[in-house]
Design a protein around this ligand. Structure first.
Ligand code: CP
Ligand code: NVA
Length: 300
């Protein structure tokens, strides 16, 4: 069975850092990539909407010389009840890799185990490792050193919080999760982070968390598929808005990140989103470069 990329915990620290170095080098000199996917076909499978993941993967596969095949659940016989196991066993006969954005993380695990070809997590309910890799690439580009203070304000139980926690262990920064007691990170993620040598703390006090931050990060309060909990989550997360008063607590050199899409004046104020500290669109661009590094690593 080929190697997949479903979570940052499947990488060693050395591999994580090498992917970031490769992405930064490829961003500076795109011709250095060559065409490692020449003759290869990669499915880009979406059970949920996407702007960045869809665009960056389709462009990345094309620029690396491969054929991207965008498929939504509606296009496939999955919509009429064909199961993932059979779909995956068919996919392996035609394809060289699969990127999947899925409702349940277990769908990715099944795709990987039944297809045997590399599967890349383009977001599940549990993790969003491609986004986190691009985020830590953005830290490296902004010379944020190991040992720095990375503060995530928002839903600590979300896919983004989980992947940022695991990435912090590889990057070597301290991560502070400012989140309500009702939305703590999953215990198994904290256990893996500890095993990887991560330094994670959790607090309900966003202002104290933001003090001397080198990085301030937030994500939507209501993730895709959680629309039924929108009212409750917005109420719980209101004290965790990334606003001017939190920004004032952080270091002058703080970088502000958001994986996008943003709901302005919910999880982040318009003024913080537009502030000179925000590196949000570099972060979005870096999806393309970081994913090229992942595709090359798994499929070359
Ligand atoms: N950040 C991110 O994954 O964006 P999309 O949902 O638009 O792909
Ligand atoms: N937590 C968000 C991330 C979007 C990129 C969601 O799952 O909708």
């Amino acid at each position: 069975m080929s190697r997949s990329f479903l979570s940052l915990s499947s990488l060693t620290r050395e591999e994580f850092n090498a992917l970031i170095d490769r992405a930064i080098a490829g961003k500076k000199n795109p011709s250095a990539w060559g065409r490692p996917l020449e003759g290869k076909s990669i499915a880009l499978f979406f059970e949920k909407p996407s702007t960045r993941t869809r665009l960056s993967f389709e462009v990345a596969v094309y620029q690396l010389g491969g054929q991207p095949l965008v498929l939504t659940g509606q296009d496939l016989q999955i919509s009429r009840g064909e199961d993932i196991a059979d779909t995956a066993r068919v996919m392996r006969r035609y394809l060289h890799g699969i990127m999947g954005r899925v409702r349940s993380h277990e769908t990715l695990e099944a795709l990987a185990s039944y297809s045997g070809i590399p599967v890349i997590n383009g977001l599940s309910d549990k993790f969003h490792p491609c986004q986190a890799l691009a985020d830590y690439m953005t830290l490296r580009e902004n010379s944020v050193p190991a040992g720095s203070r990375f503060v995530f304000c928002g839903d600590g139980s979300s896919n983004m919080a989980h992947s940022l926690i695991l990435g912090s262990a590889h990057y070597g920064c301290e991560i502070v999760i400012a989140t309500p007691a009702e939305l703590l990170p999953a215990a198994d993620v904290l256990t893996i982070a500890a095993r990887l040598g991560g330094k994670v703390s959790i607090t309900q006090d966003a202002k104290a968390a933001a003090k001397d931050a080198d990085v301030l990060y937030t994500d939507v309060w209501v993730s895709m598929g959680e629309e039924a909990q929108a009212y409750e989550k917005k109420k719980l997360l209101a004290p965790y808005q990334l606003n001017e008063s939190l920004l004032a607590q952080a270091k002058k050199s703080v970088i502000v990140l958001h994986c996008l899409p943003a709901h302005k004046d919910e999880e982040i104020t318009e003024s913080v989103f537009e502030s000179p500290n925000a590196k949000i669109f570099d972060q979005a661009e870096n999806r393309l470069h970081a994913q090229k590094a992942v595709l090359e690593f798994l499929l070359k």
